[in-house]
Design a protein around this ligand. Structure first.
Ligand SMILES: *Cc1c(COP(=O)(O)O)cnc(C)c1O
Length: 357
């Protein structure tokens, strides 16, 4: 029994916050494919599972606060210094830290829209103001539009590549043109959550971009290609002084010992994991070709999902998929994002879509 009515007010920014909508889960006990959260359909490799269970024996101890070994291994894999790497509990968490490290109340964060729904939430929580810039044709980021939206209040520009939920990656030349226009005291975040799935040869090399541009911050994750979404581990890569600032904002002991060991084991098993990524990319190609053959409009994708710009028909389509055992992610009035999962899930999708809408 609760007695009394609380008169405590939430922070204005929190009260006004849109809630993050997670991908739909199948009803308990029901058989369904979950293509709503861009997860990797493959279970952990035996070597990764073994690292996790070994680490479980020590969970009475705090993890290595600085995730030293992981920062070293990530740094070595990218050819950057370990002090440039800031691990966190998923790259969404690291994004929060980046915005908290650079934004004061009233500062502006320029972002593409529609894009990753964590962006406006993280911006509001940092006390900053989101400045959305509409996507261009084909669900592509409008990089000159993003550069043009920068004002004296802008502290950060977010670049989601490939863009979630539409799928295309930015091109190196358009990114360079944008970086040339954005003042060098403005942070440009390249959110490369789906980097390992990109096959477009025009896509930029984030580490090379960071080497040339001291205001760039990369965000990467073990959640997608590496299949560790349940353990929460991602990282930022930045110039050492900026990385040190971001590190100050992180929660102490944020990355669990299990997540650190699993991420290290995944880096050791990189080749094997990237072969799985090749299979996901092949499945993406089959999904897009199958849908287009049936006459559907599908946006090009460099990620582990495809985007159907169905507008007002999005919710109806998602409901139809759900009743056939396929969980997809509708964005009401805009489109539907379908993650690339098991081949059986693609088969089921193409069966559903063959009937038209
Ligand atoms: C999935 C995703 C992330 C990564 O999230 P984690 O917190 O690392 O699981 C980051 N950015 C975008 C655009 C994503 O789609």
């Amino acid at each position: 029994m609760l007695t009394g009515v609380s008169r405590v007010q939430l922070r204005r920014a929190v009260a006004d916050l849109p809630a993050y909508t997670p991908g739909r889960r199948p009803p308990v006990g029901a058989q369904a494919f979950k293509l709503s959260s861009n997860e990797n359909p493959y279970p952990p490799l035996p070597s990764v599972l073994a690292a996790i269970s070994d680490a479980a024996a020590d969970v009475n101890r705090y993890p290595d606060m600085m995730a030293t070994e992981l920062s070293e291994a990530v740094g070595a894999s990218l050819g950057v210094a370990p002090e440039q790497v800031v691990p966190g509990a998923g790259s969404v968490s690291v994004l929060n830290h980046v915005l908290n490290a650079f934004c004061d109340a009233g500062d502006e964060v320029v972002m593409p829209w529609r894009s990753f729904e964590a962006y406006p939430i993280a911006t509001a929580l940092a006390g900053a103001t989101a400045v959305p810039v509409p996507l261009g044709a084909g669900g592509r980021l409008d990089l000159s539009g993003l550069a043009a939206a920068v004002t004296p209040r802008t502290r950060v520009v977010l670049v989601c590549t490939p863009n979630n939920p539409t799928g295309p990656a930015v091109h190196a030349d358009e990114l360079e043109a944008m970086l040339a226009k954005v003042p060098d005291h403005v942070v440009v975040v390249l959110d490369e959550a789906y980097l390992e799935l990109v096959r477009d040869p025009r896509a930029p090399d984030g580490v090379a971009v960071l080497a040339e541009h001291p205001n760039v911050v990369l965000l990467r994750t073990f959640s997608k290609a590496y299949g560790l979404a349940g353990l929460r581990v991602g990282y930022a890569v930045a110039r050492p002084r900026l990385a040190a600032g971001i590190r100050k904002v992180t929660t102490p002991f944020e990355v669990s010992s299990l997540a650190q060991r699993a991420a290290l084991a995944s880096l050791r098993a990189r080749d094997e994991l990237l072969r799985r990524v090749d299979r996901i990319v092949a499945e993406r190609t089959r999904m897009i070709a199958g849908l287009r053959d049936q006459g559907w409009t599908v946006t090009d994708s460099e990620a582990n999902f495809v985007w159907l710009p169905l507008g007002e028909r999005s919710t109806v389509f998602a409901d139809r998929c759900a009743s056939a055992g396929l969980m997809v992610r509708p964005f009401a009035g805009e489109g539907v994002r379908v993650s690339v999962g098991e081949p059986e899930a693609t088969d089921l999708l193409l069966e559903i879509t063959a009937a038209g809408l």
